[in-house]
Ligand binder design. Structure first.
Ligand code: ATP
Length: 329
C-alpha cells in the first residue's frame, strides 16, 4: 500500500532521511518508532507529499508518487492525515470540518457516517472550540477518514491528550481504524504505544530504519544492542557458547546475551550469591536491581505478588524464554 524505497531527504547540512525504506501492506498498522530527531515526521511528510525526497522512490498502492521526474502533490495522493495539533478550522462547525473537501453529493450522509464511527453522532453543529482534546482528535480522525483514503498518517496523535485519557483513546482509535480497514502509518516515540497498537514497527535511528518487524520480534530478537535497549529494559550478560545450537557459532565463542528482566527470577536464600540492591514498585510489577558476587548487575522484573525486600540475599534463576546473543564487536 505504501512503499518508501531508499528515500533520502536533507535539510541543509542535516540528513533527516538517509536511504530509508519503509513498507506498509494493505490494512496494516505500521508504527514508526524512534528517538527525537530520527526522521519519523519527515518520513510521514514525504509519504503525504509535503516534502519532496532528494532521492529514492515513493509508491502508493502500486503507483509511483515521488521519484525521478515524478511528484504527485498531497491533494492528489488520496492520503488522510491527522496532525499533532489536529489543525481543525475553528470558524467551521464539526460537520463542515469533517465534510471539507468532500464532493457535495452524498456529503451529509458520509459526514454522519464517520461521526458515528468516531462516536460523535449529533456533534455536527458544534464548534471545535467547545470540544475536549479527545473529541477534537476524533473530529480530526473523522475528517481524515471521510474521503475514504487508502492510507492514514498519524503524527503523535496523543501528544495533546493527558496521560489518563490516552490509554483509553488508543484502544478507541485502534478500533475505529480497524473497522475502516485502512492502512495506517503512526509516528511515535513511545514504545508502549507502538507495542499496543502496531501490527509491525519500523524502528528508526539517524534517518534510517534499523529494524522492521512484529512487536515481539523487536522485543525478543532485536537487530543490535541499540535496538535492544530502545525497545525495553535490557540485561546484556557476558556469555560463552558452551554447546552448539541451531543458529550456528563455535564452542568457546564469546558475546553478550540479552535477557529481558522478566526472564530473571529470584528466590530469597541467605546463601544466595546475589543481593537486592534497588527495588522499584511499579504497581503490577516490581523492578529489582541485583548485584551478583562478581559485581555484575542484573535487572529483574517480577509480578508484585512476589515482593522481595530490599537488601535480601537471593538466588537467581532464569525462566525459560527467548534470548538473543550478540557477538562482541
Ligand atoms: P521528533 O520525534 O522530535 O518529532 P522526528 O523523528 O519526527 O523527531 P524529524 O522531525 O523528521 O524527526 O527531523 C529529522 C531531522 O531533520 C532533525 O534533525 C530535524 O532538525 C531536521 N529537520 C526536519 N524538518 C526540517 C526542516 N523543515 N528544516 C530543517 N531541518 C529539518
Amino acid at each position: 500500500m505504501l512503499s518508501l524505497q531508499t528515500v533520502t531527504k536533507r535539510f541543509g547540512a542535516s540528513t533527516a532521511l538517509d536511504a530509508a525504506s519503509i513498507d506498509a501492506g494493505p490494512g496494516e498498522l505500521l508504527a514508526l518508532l524512534g528517538p527525537s530527531g530520527c526522521g519519523k515526521t519527515t518520513a510521514l511528510r514525504v509519504a503525504a507529499g509535503f516534502e519532496r525526497p532528494d532521492s529514492g522512490r515513493v509508491e502508493l498502492d502500486g503507483r509511483l508518487v515521488a521519484g525521478p521526474g515524478v511528484f504527485v502533490p498531497p491533494e492528489r495522493r488520496g492520503v488522510g492525515m491527522v496532525f499533532q495539533d489536529y489543525a481543525l478550522f475553528p470558524h467551521l462547525d464539526v460537520a463542515a470540518n469533517v465534510g471539507f473537501g468532500l464532493p457535495s453529493r452524498g456529503r451529509g450522509a458520509r459526514v454522519e457516517e464517520v461521526l458515528e464511527l468516531v462516536g460523535l453522532s449529533g456533534f455536527g453543529p458544534r464548534s471545535p472550540g467547545e470540544l475536549s482534546g479527545g473529541q477534537q482528535q476524533r473530529v480530526a480522525l473523522a475528517r481524515a477518514l471521510a474521503p475514504r483514503p487508502g492510507l492514514v498518517l498519524l503524527d503523535e496523535p496523543w501528544s495533546a491528550i493527558d496521560a489518563l485519557l490516552r490509554e483509553e483513546m488508543r484502544g478507541e482509535l485502534a478500533r475505529i481504524l480497524r473497522a475502516e480497514g485502512v492502512t495506517v502509518l503512526l509516528v511515535t516515540h513511545d514504545r508502549e504505544e507502538a507495542f499496543t497498537l502496531a501490527d509491525r514497527i519500523a524502528l528508526m535511528r539517524d534517518g534510517r530504519v534499523v529494524q522492521a518487524g512484529r512487536p515481539e520480534d523487536l522485543y525478543f530478537n532485536p537487530a543490535d544492542r541499540w535496538c535492544a535497549r530502545f525497545v525495553g529494559a535490557s540485561n546484556l550478560v557476558p556469555a560463552e557458547l558452551a554447546r552448539g545450537f541451531e543458529g550456528g557459532g563455535r564452542i568457546g565463542d564469546t558475546g553478550d546475551v540479552l535477557l529481558r528482566p522478566e526472564l530473571v527470577g529470584l528466590e530469597i536464600d541467605p546463601a544466595g550469591s546475589a543481593e537486592v540492591e534497588r527495588r522499584t514498585f511499579l504497581g503490577h510489577d516490581v523492578l529489582y536491581r541485583l548485584r551478583l558476587a562478581d559485581g555484575t548487575l542484573l535487572a529483574a522484573q517480577r509480578p508484585s505478588n512476589e515482593q522481595v525486600p530490599l537488601g535480601s540475599r537471593v538466588r537467581v534463576r532464569l525462566h525459560e524464554g527467548p534470548v538473543t546473543a550478540f557477538e562482541r564487536p
